[in-house]
Design a protein around this ligand. Structure first.
Ligand code: GLC
Length: 722
């Protein structure tokens, strides 16, 4: 259907629709397959035929979707197709690392490629819209949804947003193998008070505009089809009803013309927030703020909008505008032309890459997500030699489902990712396993088995951490640490005085006991690496893949430091050990345990020769910042470098470090290379006292390093003139 015909078709539908059919298009209900929010009654075919619903979530599978879609396109009066949505954050059939783990790859090309495959898999299973990417900056590991997002930095989150939107949507959402993307959860959801899920968010407008909005701006610039406001209260106005943000910034300033979908029941929750007396007021607040679709709002739009219209709280043209955007989305998805286009058509199936290619991508993504935090005495990589390797711990399946493991350690050999991965990578080694304990409990028998196996082995791979259920939505932890049972297991294993490699499986940086970090010979953050976890971990531990992962979030020593991030503002009394009245704690360091960007390689990279092609930069110009890198071996490897700026004197205080770029370089052992960053004058703008972007003349420090740890910086200065 040509674009002009679609436009006319949409206007014709709006003219013919009853008010009930209009608010039906603004209603999204849940299917019956998965539950991602409070209990609900699944949608009925009758509701679909009556036009009471315009889209569904949590119902997928080509045949099931085809059957349900038929009720809409054949059984309803106007035959408007539904669209179907699901949360696919790290793959549908092929599982990639959790997004937080994938962000540690610092690889926008990889981020786009995995989104492409996820979209192709969705587009043959009846899924038209993906509730992804989640691009909430997170600086508080107590918050469980850290696992879903791209870490602490707005520049990284913006690059992540851009890559994911392009991967899911490409340039034509009606093309084979594409789905609509949803940028969520706008915004500052990661800053919930005390890291507690769904808690209020209260911050300065400056921090909101400098840190939490930029990723969503990037998603809009990449053409994202949908945006999902956060559940949370923001400075006294719940985001679902926040016209100043949703309407005035996102729609009017940024020009976002896509669809805004509320989060699960968050329109109805405006009553619980205390800004609406009833469904009529809640519906009016959300619609007037710019929310087009009420997801699982217990019919708040369906019942509340007609009441609001009668009470003069909303205008019919506002309802029509929302309906128009929903119908435009359906047209962009190609659903008017073919409502079954993502239900397993031969061309859609053909568009899905070969399974072997998808597995290889999952393997590469998993390898790249692993972050080697410590490697004393080069205990890694493990040599392939005839020796005994013990895999001990309740997380050896690398998927965070510990229950199955404890049974396995009673002699039953279940498919254990780490064991299988090591056996494949080190065929000469004798790899044995015991769980040693459960996630939260330990018993004498388990301890004895662990002690004995550790004593009989040459090296131990200790697999500890969280289950998947200990992070994610509603997964805040006041003390995001290792459970006591696992600490006891770790003490037993370390007491055997054998080399110990600790693999941490988690959805966030964990607060670790000092003795564990000090006594472990090697420490690797594995997060949850996905379908190819075993092979990837085996290949990285054995050196077949030289680790490249870097932390996308500062790793705290203690909860007391949270929120901790490299982009803090200066203090008038910078910490000084020998000066009491300076900014520090009496009982813990200021610095994180591991800095943003930290991650070791099996290669030694030497940096030198930082230089700029011009030391003065005027508005509209771009300079090149170059640095030489040498791989001193012993293995070929990939280095990731970060470029930060520091503006020492400005009309507004500027963060101690601002990340402006990151780049990679692959070098053979002994090879030299040069990394070149491009730095545009526009990148150096900051928000002035009125929160307006401003370029200010002055001297800027430029730091390039392997992390935000200043000890490793090479630095220079540039002069910005306006
Ligand atoms: C959940 C989440 C949101 C998700 C939605 C649908 O509550 O907050 O991220 O997309 O509901 O499952």
């Amino acid at each position: 259907m040509a674009r002009s015909d679609e436009k006319a078709h949409i206007e014709r539908l709006i003219t013919e629709m009853t008010l009930e059919e209009k608010v039906g298009q603004l209603t999204m209900l849940s299917g019956e397959l998965v539950q991602t929010g409070p209990a609900y009654a699944p949608v009925t075919s009758q509701a679909i035929r009556q036009g009471r619903v315009g889209s569904l979530l949590n119902l997928w599978g080509s045949e099931r979707v085809r059957e349900v879609q038929r009720h809409a396109v054949e059984g309803s009066r106007l035959k408007i197709p539904l669209f179907f949505c699901l949360d696919v954050l790290y793959g549908l059939r092929t599982f990639f690392p959790i997004p937080f783990g994938e962000s540690c790859a610092f690889d926008p090309r990889l981020w786009e490629r995995t989104a492409r495959v996820a979209a192709q898999e969705c587009a043959v299973e009846g899924i038209d819209l993906n509730f992804s990417p989640m691009i909430d900056v997170a600086r508080d590991p107590r918050w469980g949804r850290t696992v879903e997002g791209p870490g602490e930095d707005p520049h990284v989150a913006a690059r992540f947003a851009d890559a994911k939107v392009r991967g899911f949507q490409t340039s034509d959402m009606a093309a084979e193998g594409t789905v609509a993307a949803t940028a969520k959860h706008l915004a500052a959801y990661g800053a919930v008070q005390a890291g507690r899920e769904y808690a209020p968010v209260d911050m300065s407008e400056r921090q909101f505009h400098e840190v939490y909005l930029p990723p969503f701006r990037a998603a809009v610039q990449a053409g994202v089809a949908a945006i999902m406001p956060a559940f949370t209260d923001f400075n006294g106005t719940p985001m679902t009803a926040n016209a100043a943000v949703l309407r005035d910034i996102v729609r009017r300033q940024w020009g976002f013309s896509g669809v805004m979908i509320s989060d699960y029941s968050s329109v109805a929750e405006l009553i619980a927030h205390g800004v609406a007396r009833d469904k009529g007021e809640a519906a009016a607040l959300a619609l007037n703020a710019g929310v087009d679709i009420d997801m699982m709002g217990h019919d708040t739009y369906f019942e509340g909008l007609p009441r609001a219209l009668e009470r003069g709280l909303v205008r019919l043209d506002a309802i029509d505008a929302a309906v128009r955007r929903v119908l435009q989305l359906k047209a962009k998805l190609g659903l008017f032309e073919d409502p079954y286009r993502r239900c397993g058509t031969p061309s859609a199936i053909a568009a899905v890459g070969a399974q072997r290619e998808r597995k290889e991508l999952a393997w590469e993504a998993a390898c790249r997500s692993l972050v080697l935090l410590k490697n004393d005495g080069d205990v890694l990589p493990l040599r392939d030699a005839p020796r005994a390797i013990a895999v001990i711990g309740p997380l050896a399946d690398a998927k965070g489902e510990a229950a199955a493991l404890v049974e396995a350690s009673e002699g039953g050999e279940k498919a254990l990712a780490i064991v299988d991965g090591l056996r494949a990578a080190l065929p000469q080694a004798n790899v044995a396993f015991t769980a040693g304990c459960g996630i939260e409990r330990i018993d004498t028998a388990g301890k004895e088995r662990a002690r004995r196996l550790a004593r009989e082995s040459d090296i131990i791979v200790l697999c500890v951490g969280e289950t998947l259920a200990m992070s994610g939505e509603a997964g805040s932890r006041g003390h995001p640490s290792l459970p006591a049972a696992q600490c006891e297991l770790a003490r037993i294993v370390l007491a055997q005085k054998k080399p110990v490699v600790v693999l941490l499986f988690s959805g966030r940086p964990l607060v670790l006991p000092n003795w564990l970090v000090e006594k472990a010979d090697a420490l690797m953050a594995a997060w949850f690496p996905g379908s190819e976890a075993g092979r990837a971990i085996g290949d990285v531990l054995s050196g077949r893949f030289n680790p490249v992962g870097r932390l996308s979030m500062s790793w705290p020593v203690d909860v007391g430091q949270i929120p901790i991030f490299f982009g803090m503002r200066p203090t008038g009394r910078p910490a000084a050990a020998n000066d009491h009245y300076t900014s520090k704690y009496l009982d813990m360091p200021n610095e994180p345990r591991f800095a943003f960007g930290h991650g070791l390689s099996y290669s030694r990279f030497e940096l030198s020769g930082l230089r700029v092609n011009q030391s003065k930069l005027r508005a509209g110009e771009t300079i090149e910042v170059s640095i030489d890198v040498r791989n001193d071996g012993p293995l070929a490897g990939e280095e990731t470098l970060f470029l930060f700026i520091r503006d020492q004197v400005s009309s507004v205080t500027r963060p101690l470090l601002e990340l402006k770029a990151f780049e990679k370089i692959s070098l053979a052992a002994g090879e030299n290379g040069t990394v070149c960053f491009k730095l545009a004058a526009g990148d150096l703008a900051f928000l002035d006292h009125d929160l307006a972007p401003r370029l200010e003349a002055g001297t800027l420090e430029v730091h390039v390093g392997q992390s935000a740890d200043a000890d490793g910086f090479l630095s220079t200065q540039i002069e910005l003139t306006t």
